[in-house]
Every structure is written in structure tokens, then in C-alpha cells.
Ligand binder design. Structure first.
Ligand SMILES: C/C=C/C(=O)SCCNC(=O)CCNC(=O)[C@H](O)C(C)(C)COP(=O)(O)OP(=O)(O)OC[C@H]1O[C@@H](n2cnc3c(N)ncnc32)[C@H](O)[C@@H]1OP(=O)(O)O
Ligand SMILES: NC(=O)C1=CN([C@@H]2O[C@H](COP(=O)(O)OP(=O)(O)OC[C@H]3O[C@@H](n4cnc5c(N)ncnc54)[C@H](OP(=O)(O)O)[C@@H]3O)[C@@H](O)[C@H]2O)C=CC1
Length: 447
């Protein structure tokens, strides 16, 4: 038995759940990994020079044991998230520490503590096996998986599952991630695959769409409302391309920051009108490595006022971090909100606190999405209200290059990876809904 037999079953039109359940599991499968004995390979290099193509491997690995409440999924497609870039350059720390820590929690979790880390936090595919106690899903179900792994044994996470003390991001802080032919997830991560999308389109939004939903829309994040001026950094990138859609769909006014004409055009084609090309306008918020330039914050704020008819920002959708955070705090209006989920350019932020407290602004930390938020975000994709922003698709063999593109900011929107799917465009079940939204679905393709 090989993964080829699994693929044949998925592609045959008449395989039943019983057929999938009867398929023997293969002994091994191909997976994208980083290796524990290579975590020092980039020591001494600048972040920019750490090359994911050198650290990312395609290995044959054994199928992990299936535990209670879990599912093994045949992965048709996955996508590259920035967390896989972090893993592959071993910054800000090696993810093997997460696997070791998880492995110490209980006997079954020991499976995760291996000398290789199978990475990836998105998937679209087909359920192969479910563990004891799983009733909602069965072999043959077409699914996507969100990346929230929680134990929920502590009451801390019972109102908001992101607050579970054992909260982990699957494929980053756990092993057996989605950039592989088979993945292991907790069954509560599973959600129905949107029928109007191909495998690679369905695999693209998961992580970033859910994150943007919590950070911007949910009451746990900024709680955006109609008419809000929302400053979106990297508005055509992974997170930003969904934040821009949420702002537009929710009646807000996105002020999109991008770094090229091409990216400005993409934002315009999504329906945004207020766009700032940070490259063309040459903002330099830092005079040198340790000194910011408040005059540049002011110039940036003036430009925003030009675009909004004199208004300031209600919500900043932050993730670049150190480079932009001082400016983000400054341009926010009195009583406004800066919501942050990342620090791509550096996590030791500096801002002038007078502009925060005197103007009663708030900074909100946000991370992925709870179970319900991830479900709601997927529901919006399934209904064709929010669309995937897939630009380019790579083969599993070329995942290193895909991660390199994202690391070097050479990509647009989301970058997909075909795992078991032999080609793009497969897996569409609802042609009618697809036809209705085909332009929006293809907006980011091949640019
Ligand atoms: C969905 C996608 C998401 C993304 O892409 S996000 C971007 C990628 N992710 C990242 O860059 C984050 C990577 N993770 C990290 O950098 C680290 O993971 C953290 C900084 C988040 C946490 O670091 P750690 O060292 O794991 O934290 P500790 O183990 O919780 O704390 C260290 C020690 O400090 C003690 N401590 C914690 N809080 C307190 C407190 N309030 N008062 C006193 N001590 C405290 C702990 O107990 C522990 O101690 P003891 O070392 O002895 O075990
Ligand atoms: N906590 C969480 O749950 C999550 C955190 N993240 C984190 O968020 C960050 C962004 O992820 P994602 O959107 O997928 O990544 P992408 O690289 O796809 O997009 C980020 C965009 O930000 C812009 N950008 C990058 N650096 C800077 C800078 N120095 N100044 C201003 N703009 C910048 C770029 O757009 P342009 O060049 O056009 O301006 C880039 O396209 C990563 O660090 C990631 O790890 C992501 C998802 C979830």
C-alpha cells in the first residue's frame, strides 16, 4: 500500500467512506521537514541571509500512531505561512524546543518529540482515519484544518480556546504538520472544505484568514465596525489580503499600505481606494538602528489624512513590528486601537507612550483564532463572502523555494503547495458558486 492508492481513492468518483476506512495506511509518506541536528546551520548570518532552501528537506517519514480525538488526513494541498519561514531559519528560536516541551506533557505527546519537525499549518484534504471518540468526522470527508491545537483540561481556555495554557499552533509547536502527504490533527481542527474551491485554493486562507478575523473583526480583537478607518500594513500580503477583504466586506475604510505599484493595483482590484506605497513615498521611520524619526510619523499621518478627508485611524492592523510600530501608535486617533499579531521586522518595539496614554489609545495583542472564530472565518470563505488570495502554487519538492519567496517578500497574497494533488484545479464540487466568484478567486493568480 502506498500513498498512490489513497490518491486513486480520492480521485475516483465513487469511493465510499467504507472504502476509505478499508484502505490500509502506507508505512511511510513524504513530508517537508527541518532537522534537529541543523538548527545551528545559520549561526552568525543576518536574518535576511538565512535561506529556507538549505534547511527545508523532503523526507520519507513513518505514519504516526493515531490517538483518541485525532484524525489522520490525506493532504491534497497546503500553503506556506510565515511561521514555516521562522521554523526554517530557526528564529526567534528553534521549534524543536516546542516539540520537546510538548513531548514532556504526556505519553502520547512524546510522539511529537522527534529529530525532525514536519512543518505546515494549513491543509485541504480527505480524512483517512479517526481515533477513538471522534464521531463528527469519518473517513472520506473532504476537509480543511485550522491550526489551533488545545487540550482544554484547564478552565482558563473554556471561554476562549486561545487562552488554553496548552495552546499550540499545529505544524509549528506540534509535529506532523500540513506540508506533507499525510497529517495528524486533533479532530476539533477539522472544518468542511469549501466546495467551490480547488484543493490548493481551499488550503490557502486557513491560518491567515482566521488570524485576520480575530485580530480585526472579533470582539476579542479590534471589533471593527462600519465606517472605521483601518490602516492595514502589508495589505496584499498573507494576513493583509484578508484584513483588506474584511474591512471592505464590513463597511469599513481600509487604508492599504503596500510596497509596489503591482501590489497597489491588487488592493484597488479588491475594492480599496486609499492606498499608500511605502516604497514610492520613501518613509523612513528610523533614522538609524536606535533612533526613530517622529517627523516621518507625522508625514505618514498627513498622507493618511489626505486619503481620509482629514480623519485619523480607528484601527491599525499591525504585524511588521519594530519598523512600523511607533508610526502605528502615532497615527491612531484618540481612543483608537492598535491590534498586533506579529513582529516580522523585530519584536522589541519602541513607541512614544505619550501618544498612547494622553490620547487613550489601546494596544491589543492577538494570536491566531479560537475554535469558533476559525469556524466563522472558514464559513465566510465557504459562502463566497471572502476569497482565497492564492498567487502561485509550488510542488512539495519546491517548498524550500516557496518559503524563500515568502521570506524575501517576493510573493503576493498566499503561496500554495500541492501535496498529493497531482495538478492544480482539482477538488471543485460546487461549480455554480465557483462561477459566481471566479474573478475574485483568481484575483491574485500568476501576478
Ligand atoms: C498562527 C501563526 C502564528 C505566527 O506566525 S506567530 C510568529 C511566530 N512565532 C513566534 O515568533 C513566537 C515564538 N515563541 C517564542 O519566542 C517563545 O515561545 C515566547 C517568547 C512566546 C515564550 O518564551 P518562553 O521562554 O517559552 O516563555 P516561558 O517558558 O513561558 O517563560 C520563561 C520562564 O519565565 C517564567 N515566567 C513566565 N511568566 C512569568 C511571570 N509572570 N513571572 C515570573 N516568571 C514567569 C516561566 O515560568 C519560565 O520559567 P522556567 O524557565 O523556569 O520554566
Ligand atoms: N500571531 C498570529 O496568529 C500570526 C502571526 N503571523 C505573523 O505575521 C507576520 C506576517 O505574516 P503574513 O502576512 O502571512 O506574511 P506576508 O509576508 O505574506 O505579508 C506581510 C507583508 O507585510 C509587509 N511588510 C513586511 N515587512 C515590512 C516592514 N518592515 N514594514 C512594513 N511592511 C512590511 C509586506 O508588504 P509590502 O512589502 O507590500 O508592504 C509583506 O507582504 C509574520 O511575522 C507571521 O509570522 C501570521 C499569521 C498569524
Amino acid at each position: 500500500m502506498t500513498v498512490k492508492d489513497i490518491l486513486d481513492a480520492i480521485q475516483s468518483k465513487d469511493a465510499t467512506s467504507a472504502d476509505f476506512a478499508a484502505l490500509p495506511l502506507p508505512e511511510s509518506y513524504r513530508a517537508i521537514t527541518v532537522h534537529k541536528d541543523e538548527t545551528e546551520m545559520f549561526a552568525g548570518l543576518k536574518t535576511r541571509d538565512k535561506d529556507p532552501r538549505k534547511s527545508i528537506h523532503l523526507d520519507d517519514v513513518p505514519v504516526p500512531e493515531l490517538g483518541p480525538g485525532e484524525a489522520l488526513v490525506a493532504v491534497m494541498a497546503s500553503s506556506v505561512n510565515y511561521n514555516s519561514v521562522w521554523t526554517s531559519i530557526f528564529e526567534p528560536l528553534s521549534t524543536f524546543g516546542f516539540l520537546e516541551r510538548y513531548g514532556r506533557t504526556n505519553e502520547l505527546a512524546k510522539r511529537h518529540d522527534l529529530p525532525y519537525h514536519i512543518i505546515g499549518s494549513d491543509l485541504a484534504g480527505v480524512v483517512l482515519r479517526t481515533g477513538p471518540g471522534v464521531n463528527a468526522w469519518k473517513p472520506g470527508d473532504e476537509v480543511v484544518a485550522h491550526c489551533l491545537s488545545v487540550e482544554l483540561e484547564s478552565s482558563d481556555g473554556h471561554n476562549d480556546t486561545m487562552l488554553d495554557p496548552e495552546q499550540r499552533i499545529w505544524g509549528f509547536e506540534t509535529n506532523f504538520g500540513g506540508l506533507a502527504e499525510i497529517a495528524l490533527v486533533k479532530s476539533n481542527q477539522l472544518m468542511p472544505k469549501p466546495g467551490h474551491l480547488s484543493w490548493e485554493e481551499a488550503a490557502a486562507p486557513g491560518l491567515v484568514n482566521s488570524t485576520a478575523y480575530r485580530q480585526l473583526v472579533s470582539r476579542n480583537g479590534a471589533g471593527m465596525k462600519q465606517g472605521d478607518n483601518v490602516l492595514i500594513w502589508g495589505a496584499s500580503g498573507g494576513l493583509g489580503s484578508y484584513a483588506t477583504q474584511f474591512a471592505l466586506a464590513g463597511g469599513a475604510n481600509p487604508i492599504c499600505v503596500v510596497s509596489s505599484d503591482q501590489k497597489a493595483d491588487i488592493c484597488r482590484s479588491m475594492g480599496a481606494e486609499a492606498i499608500i506605497d511605502r516604497n514610492a513615498e520613501g518613509y523612513k521611520f528610523w533614522k538609524d538602528e536606535t533612533t526613530q524619526d517622529p517627523k516621518e510619523w507625522k508625514r505618514f499621518g498627513k498622507r493618511i489624512r489626505e486619503l481620509t478627508g482629514g480623519e485619523d485611524i480607528d484601527i491599525v492592523f499591525e504585524h511588521p513590528g519594530r519598523e512600523t510600530f511607533g508610526a502605528s501608535v502615532f497615527v491612531t486617533r484618540k481612543g483608537g486601537t492598535i491590534t498586533t499579531c506579529a513582529s516580522t521586522s523585530g519584536y522589541m518595539h519602541e513607541y512614544d507612550n505619550r501618544y498612547l496614554w494622553m490620547s487613550l489609545k489601546r494596544i491589543i495583542g492577538s494570536h491566531f483564532a479560537n475554535y469558533r472564530e476559525a469556524w466563522e472565518a472558514n464559513r465566510l470563505i465557504a459562502k463566497g463572502k471572502i476569497h482565497p488570495t492564492l498567487s502561485k502554487v509550488y510542488s512539495l519538492e519546491d517548498t524550500g523555494q516557496a518559503a524563500y519567496d515568502v521570506h524575501r517578500n517576493l510573493h503576493q497574497g498566499k503561496v500554495g503547495v500541492l501535496c498529493l494533488a497531482p495538478e492544480e484545479g482539482l477538488g471543485v464540487r460546487d461549480e455554480e458558486l465557483r462561477a459566481e466568484h471566479i474573478d475574485a478567486i483568481n484575483r491574485f493568480r500568476n501576478i
